[in-house]
Design a protein around this ligand. Structure first.
Ligand SMILES: [Zn+2]
Ligand SMILES: [Zn+2]
Ligand SMILES: [Zn+2]
Length: 124
């Protein structure tokens, strides 16, 4: 990576950590105020996914969202939790707690993508 990319990487990580909630590509681009272009942000986010720093979620609106991982670094992503998108304020968050589900006999899960949209505690 070039020095510019390294700088973008640091800025994106800082922004992700500061926001705490789940962030989208657009939100990041706004937060960085044009200091990193679209392609760079995509590249950095995908790298973070590979490194176990963030996990990627595809919302019910078809958009990609990114959230900071807990305990994934150097390991396989493990996120058996639901994500929630508020239709009122637009906030997306990781819902704490594993989701238990039962699959038919002989089935094995590799990925879990649970997404709920509705209204958060502040908006309902
Ligand atoms: Zn992860
Ligand atoms: Zn809300
Ligand atoms: Zn999550």
């Amino acid at each position: 990576m070039t020095a510019r990319n390294t700088k973008a990487k640091a800025m994106i990580l800082e922004s992700l950590k500061r926001s705490k909630a789940v962030t989208s590509h657009e939100t990041l681009q706004k937060a960085l105020k044009g200091k990193a272009d679209r392609a760079t942000i995509y590249r950095v986010l995908n790298r973070f996914c590979d490194d176990g720093i963030v996990h990627k979620i595809v919302g019910d609106d078809g958009k990609q969202y990114f959230a900071v991982c807990v305990n994934c670094q150097g390991k396989k992503h493990n996120h058996n939790h639901f994500h929630f998108r508020c239709l009122g304020c637009g906030k997306v968050e990781c819902l704490a707690g594993e989701v238990g589900f039962k699959l038919p006999k002989g089935y094995r899960s590799e990925n879990f993508n649970g997404f709920i949209s509705g209204y958060c505690a502040l908006c309902s």
